[in-house]
Design a protein around this ligand. Structure first.
Ligand code: PGA
Length: 248
């Protein structure tokens, strides 16, 4: 087995202000964090500079979205070049809220992914089925198709983390069971091995997101193909430290 560095992303979404985010940043900066975990905090775009300037350099920062070109008349958008200019090295793409609240398509998400990677950002590539899709037994088909749209736009997988986030688990308090997460992660890894390469399949981090808490993280982290987490609500609380330190 090839060792994959445990990866824990916090997704602050559209929450907090300089005061409250400053507090969570202070908590992270002064906590004892497992040096074997890569930690990245996803800040609102207007706070990227703030987060980067306050967070300890060993903690990464991610934008929560970006556009597919470098610059131009695209009111309200930000480019990977601007993100990098703030010293920020990651972007979250394809989050279910971008897909289902803002109507982003697989095609657009793929274009964003290609452009972000070309400009040197790491990409947290999010996929996940909705409840009706799980109940219809098409989870694997849905997440494979979403992964293919990313894969078609990825030349270098070393800067990509795949985030499996079942939509029914996000913000609902209904964490996927460790067995449910492991089953999908295993299938995703098999898909990457078959459709990209065995090497990438073995090395790519597949992280789980959806109502991860300090209480659920350890058992999930013990699953063979769960290489970390993408955390929303709990990333705004001190228990995020426990999640970072979940891997035994
Ligand atoms: P949650 O969000 O942890 O609040 O469910 C996870 C995510 O949307 O990345």
């Amino acid at each position: 087995i090839m060792s994959r560095k445990f990866f824990v992303g916090g997704n602050w979404k559209m929450n907090g202000d300089k005061k409250s985010l400053g507090e969570i940043i202070n908590t992270l900066n002064s906590a004892k964090l497992d040096p074997n975990t890569e930690v990245v905090c996803g800040a609102p775009s207007i706070y990227l500079d703030f987060a980067r300037s306050k967070l300890d350099p060993k903690i990464g920062v991610a934008a929560q979205n970006c556009y597919k070109v470098a610059k131009g008349a695209f009111t309200g958008e930000i480019s990977p070049a601007m993100i990098k200019d703030c010293g920020v090295n990651w972007v979250i793409l394809g989050h279910s809220e971008r897909r289902w609240v803002f109507g982003e398509t697989d095609e657009l998400i793929g274009q964003k992914c290609a452009h972000a990677l070309e400009n040197g950002l790491g990409v947290i590539a999010c996929i996940g089925e909705k409840l009706d899709e799980r109940e219809a037994g098409i989870t694997e088909k849905v997440v494979n198709a979403q992964t293919k749209h990313f894969a078609d736009n990825i030349k270098d997988w070393s800067k990509v983390v795949l985030a499996y986030e079942p939509v029914w688990a996000i913000g609902t308090g209904k964490t996927a069971s460790p067995a449910q997460a492991q089953e999908v992660h295993d299938k995703l890894r098999q898909w990457v091995k078959a459709n990209v390469s065995a090497e990438v399949g073995n090395s790519v981090r597949i992280i789980y997101g959806g109502s991860v808490t300090g209480g659920t993280c350890k058992e999930l982290a013990s699953m063979a193909d769960v290489d970390g987490f993408l955390v929303g609500g709990a990333a705004l609380k001190p228990e995020f430290v426990d999640i970072i330190n979940a891997k035994q």
